[in-house]
Design a protein around this ligand. Structure first.
Ligand SMILES: Cc1ncc(COP(=O)(O)O)c(C=O)c1O
Length: 389
């Protein structure tokens, strides 16, 4: 198909370059606090699981309201540790949305369990409760696998429907794990992500709502026993005595330098989230009449990790925006059940139609707390121009 004039490249973009995500601006705001924190670590020299890590774990527990917070090396390990601690493995079914980042499914496959992919809602991108119930029933009927867990993903920053998922998982005897990698700081009925399910995990990858300067992750739980097992697994499965190994574990510890960065950054999580929410509101106001904008459900505050619109001829729109100096990203171009690596657990094309349609239509716009009003206006204008054609 020949692109319409608005979809074809235009003249050189005017004005300051627009960043999709701006870590440098955030660092400039926080430089002094971060420098002080980092200098302290260099002074004491306890580089792994040092005092900053303990302090950060206490700080996260009080911020989220989750009784126990345990850090680890990244968000993928956090999911893996959560599954390992409950002895989930071969012969077990773990339900999860197909429209998610690879890591959610990867953790399930790595521990030898069977991922069972579920469809999502077309406007919120969150797991579809009706499809979930159907798939749990189908697995029970088939009888080959034991349903053990659900990983609900707070995609793009919005908490999943925990008022439905918590009782469902209780009655189905499934462990509910909230993958809150993208939703640190989000709220559901006033409660904070991390405290919305018996077990939650998050990621501190630099571009996440709370990001460090490398990799980092954490688990949250209401259960003291589970928290103790998480600490053991992240440290090679050690017991109470030094060099006693009571289970197979991982090397998944958080560096003190990363905890130092996170301690400085957690102080601005709410302000940054409010700035991203204001940007999201401006996008929706400027674009909702032309493109499908994301929906935030009542009584939710999204962390706005991403602002994702849906458009026809998505790849052409992306190219035309790029030509106008507006960077965008596609999260995610393929649902997990259509990824080659997950083929053996998939019913193929057509089996999860909403996830498949979204993968062809989603486009994430620049999203960060330091976006200037001129840049915001340019983005909205460029999207309108390109989509109108
Ligand atoms: C939904 C989701 N789950 C899990 C992860 C894994 O986190 P990490 O990159 O820290 O391993 C990510 C982040 O990339 C994510 O977006």
């Amino acid at each position: 198909m020949k692109p319409s004039p608005a979809l074809s490249p235009s003249a050189e973009p005017a004005g300051e370059p627009i960043s999709f995500f701006d870590l440098r601006a955030q660092h400039a705001r926080l430089r002094t606090q971060i420098d002080i924190r980092l200098a302290r670590v260099l002074e004491h020299g306890a580089f792994v699981l040092g005092p900053e890590v303990q302090e950060f774990e206490r700080r996260m527990a009080s911020y989220t309201g989750a009784p126990h917070a345990v850090t680890c090396a990244n968000g993928t390990d956090a999911l893996t540790i959560a599954l390992m601690a409950d002895n989930i493995g071969p012969g077990d079914a773990v339900f999860l949305p197909s429209f998610t980042f690879t890591a959610t499914a990867e953790a399930v496959a790595l521990i030898g369990a069977t991922p069972v992919f579920v469809d999502v809602d077309a406007r919120t991108f969150l797991i579809d409760g009706d499809d979930l119930e159907r798939r749990i029933a189908a697995v029970r009927k088939a009888g080959a696998l034991k349903p053990r867990a659900l990983i609900a993903v707070d995609l793009f920053g919005q908490p999943a429907d925990y008022d439905r998922l918590n009782p469902l998982c209780e009655s189905e005897n499934l462990l509910l794990i909230a993958d809150a990698a993208q939703s640190f700081g989000a709220r559901y009925k006033g409660r904070v992500a991390g405290a919305l399910a018996p077990v939650s995990t998050t990621s501190f990858f630099p571009s996440k709502p709370l990001g460090c300067y490398g990799d980092g992750g954490a688990l949250f739980t209401t259960d003291e026993g589970r928290a103790a097992v998480y600490r053991s697994i992240r440290g090679h499965g050690t017991g109470d005595a030094k060099y006693e190994v009571v289970r197979i574990g991982l090397n998944s510890r958080l560096d003190s330098l990363q905890a130092a960065v996170l301690l400085a950054k957690i102080n601005v999580v709410d302000d940054d989230r409010a700035a991203r929410a204001a940007l999201a509101a401006a996008y929706s106001e400027g674009l909702a009449d032309l493109v499908m904008t994301p929906i935030t459900l009542p009584e939710r505050e999204s962390a706005w990790a991403q602002y994702t619109i849906q458009v026809d001829r998505r790849d052409d729109v992306q190219a035309a925006l790029k030509a106008r100096g507006v960077p965008t990203a596609i999260y995610y171009p393929r649902p997990m059940h259509l990824q080659p690596a997950y083929g053996r657990w998939s019913e193929g094309p057509g089996s999860l139609p909403v996830s498949e349609r979204l993968s062809a239509r989603v486009l994430a716009l620049p999203m960060h707390a330091d976006m200037r009003p001129e840049a915001r206006a340019r983005i909205i204008e460029a999207v309108r121009e390109v989509v109108k054609g």
